[in-house]
Write a protein that binds this ligand. Structure first.
Ligand code: PGA
Length: 280
């Protein structure tokens, strides 16, 4: 199974969400077979998550209505578990937040808690994106607390790591990513699933992508860390690549051993381009 996540960042309108979902759901249905090994994760701005959830629920409620008719049952005849299963069974796109706080509530103006994301239908949350590490001074220690809180709320964290151009030029990129992972992933908790997104800062939004060898070197490091430092959990982590992904390079990147998916920024805003990436 590969994970293809769309990081919309602070972009898009409700109209854009409508047309994006219309396209992905319709074209996605006709390409269902080719997408059966793809998990699509949409991470819109926080104000749009509930709206997307409602949109995705519509299909689920249509399924429920059809089952009620077929089995001559009323809404109240279904248990909560049955309802959840029916409504979510056909869900084609998962939802993710772009950040969350490490507390579940309190005096944190402007922040959103993991529980709040969960309640509006999120399964994932991006944490420690370089734009947050740089623009909001987030350290790996803060990210580690967020990871802990996200897992406690049943969210799968997508933890972003990656070096700047200067660090790579100094040949310290492996050391930096090693440290970022070791400090961002709490070592005393069990997780069902955890995603590491390797996003070199110099590749984000620049149109430049690393060579297959450079990505592969990092995928090997991540594998080594999880095998050695998180024994028993080595099957529960996924490694994504992010940074100037497009349909022109997605196939090659996905074929690199150890890469389980992509975190797509700019190219994910264009539904046709994003679907091409999912189908590559
Ligand atoms: P980009 O962004 O695809 O526009 O380079 C990726 C990201 O920042 O997650």
């Amino acid at each position: 199974m590969k994970i293809i996540a769309a990081n919309w960042k602070m972009n898009g309108s409700f109209e854009d969400v409508d047309s994006w979902l219309d396209y992905i759901l319709e074209e996605g249905q006709s390409n269902r077979i080719n997408l059966q090994n793809v998990e699509i994760v949409m991470c819109p701005p926080a104000t749009m998550i509930d709206y997307v959830d409602g949109y995705l629920m519509e299909g689920g409620f249509e399924n429920l209505e059809a089952i009620m008719k077929e089995q001559h049952r009323e809404f109240n005849d279904f248990s909560q578990d049955e309802l959840t299963e029916i409504v979510l069974s056909d869900r084609f796109i998962n939802l993710g937040g772009q950040d969350c706080h490490f507390e579940q509530n309190g005096s944190f103006t402007g922040d959103i808690s993991p529980e709040m994301l969960r309640r509006v239908g999120c399964e994932y949350v991006i944490l420690g994106h370089s734009e947050r590490r740089a623009g909001h001074l987030e350290t790996s220690e803060i990210i580690s607390k967020k990871v802990r809180a996200a897992i406690a709320s049943n969210l799968t964290p997508i933890i972003c790591v990656g070096e700047s151009k200067e660090i790579r030029d100094q040949g310290k990129h492996l050391e930096l990513v090693y440290k970022q992972i070791m400090l961002s992933v709490p070592q005393d908790i069990k997780f069902k699933k955890l995603v590491i997104a390797y996003e070199p800062i110099w590749a984000i939004g620049s149109g430049i992508t690393p060579t297959a060898e450079q990505i592969s070197e990092m995928a090997k490091l991540i594998k080594k860390i999880f095998t050695q430092k998180f024994p028993g959990l080595a099957e529960s982590y996924f490694t994504l690549y992010g940074g100037s992904v497009s349909s022109k390079n997605s196939k090659e990147i996905l074929s690199i051993p150890g890469i389980d998916g992509l975190l797509v920024g700019k190219a994910s805003l264009d539904a046709e381009e994003f679907l091409r990436i999912c189908l590559s």
